[in-house]
Ligand binder design. Structure first.
Ligand code: ADP
Ligand code: MG
Length: 319
């Protein structure tokens, strides 16, 4: 590489941690971090591959932003507070413009959530970005996939399907109209629902982030909780632009498109008032889209009242 590995790390990835739980960050053989007594350390890792997790044309700043955003989203879905990240980068070349853009996007989001980059690894090869994130949660208040119970309401934050529309726009599969930049931004710069995850502690019975498609992700809650669910298609919060794009079976889109990084969660009837108060306080939009039932599998209540068993599993790797 033109730019030496150490030079590169020094120039683009060594920043003051700004957290007093970081004793030693980038530069030594390993980072030294101070755990929080009484709390569970919540850890997750995600890799982003060019052409798989983002279109090859994606701007470096958006890649840097999204690599962190998808990891923050996993912590949000656990009800955890993010603290530290490590970054494993494989780069085809040490391009200063690419690195400046990537690190700007990455640190913009890191600062917003007070997350410190404490270490990583840098290799030469086809572009691949792996972020490992660590954070905190009181162990008894984490939001697991396994806690949904019969009768719980099913909810999502925000709007579902926006990023899927953004992907089609980015791929040139749809003729863009004015305002469509919004959907491209939803694809490239998803907003991790950290605040909502924290607010849902002790309120949601189960939670997951919507990364592979609502049907597939809710499916994980159903499998791990040993329950079934019905989704009210008419209730799905979907942009009118998206409905206009697929007038007849528009609801297939939000159920199968991924990359929204909204939260899907379940809440017992007894906690509904607390839910409204908690998410209202942080101005987080949310919608009740169905309920948990006894049995197995996901069905849809269509707009004409008919029920349909759902078996499409959204986007899966290796298929
Ligand atoms: P080692 O040979 O011990 O693995 P490296 O040369 O890979 O060490 O890394 C040197 C230091 O730079 C370490 O502290 C490592 O955590 C950090 N580092 C390497 N790559 C990155 C990166 N992309 N982002 C942040 N820190 C990094
Ligand atoms: Mg190394």
């Amino acid at each position: 590489m033109a730019l030496g590995e150490f030079n590169l790390i020094e120039r683009y990835f060594s920043r003051q941690a700004g957290r007093d739980d970081v004793a030693l960050a980038v530069g030594d053989d390993a980072a030294l971090l101070r755990p929080k007594p009484g709390q569970a350390l919540v850890v997750s890792v995600d890799t982003l591959l060019s052409g798989v997790h983002f279109p090859e044309s994606t701007a470096p700043a958006d890649i840097g932003y999204k690599a962190l955003a998808v990891n923050l989203s996993d912590l949000a879905a656990m009800g955890a507070e993010p603290a530290w990240v490590t970054l494993a980068l494989t780069l085809p070349e040490a391009d200063p413009d690419w690195l400046a853009g990537f690190s700007a996007g990455f640190f913009e989001l890191a600062q917003r959530h007070d997350v410190a980059l404490v270490g990583g690894d840098t290799c030469h090869g086809p572009l691949s970005v792996t972020v490992q994130i660590m954070g905190w949660a009181p162990p008894e208040q984490t939001l697991k996939r396994s806690g949904a119970r019969v009768g719980d309401g099913i909810y999502v934050t925000g709007c579902i399907g926006d990023a899927g529309l953004g992907l089609r726009l980015a791929q040139g599969g749809i003729e863009p109209v004015e305002g469509d930049d919004y959907f491209i931004r939803r694809l490239n710069r998803p907003t991790p629902r950290i605040g909502a995850g924290l607010a849902l502690r002790g309120i949601a019975s189960a939670a997951i982030d919507v990364s592979d498609g609502l049907a597939a992700d809710l499916g994980h809650i159903l499998d791990q909780s040993g329950v079934a669910a019905v989704i009210d298609v008419a209730a799905l919060p979907v942009a009118s632009r998206l409905k206009a794009q697929a007038p007849s079976r528009w609801w297939q889109w939000p159920l199968t498109a991924g990359d929204d990084y909204e939260l899907c969660f379940t809440v017992a009837a007894a906690n509904e008032a607390r839910l409204s108060a908690a998410l209202g306080e942080i101005d987080c939009p949310f919608t009740r889209i169905g309920e948990i039932e006894a049995g197995r599998g996901l069905s849809l209540r269509l707009e004409d009242g008919r029920r349909l068993e759902m078996n499409s599993q959204g986007y899966r790797h290796f298929e």
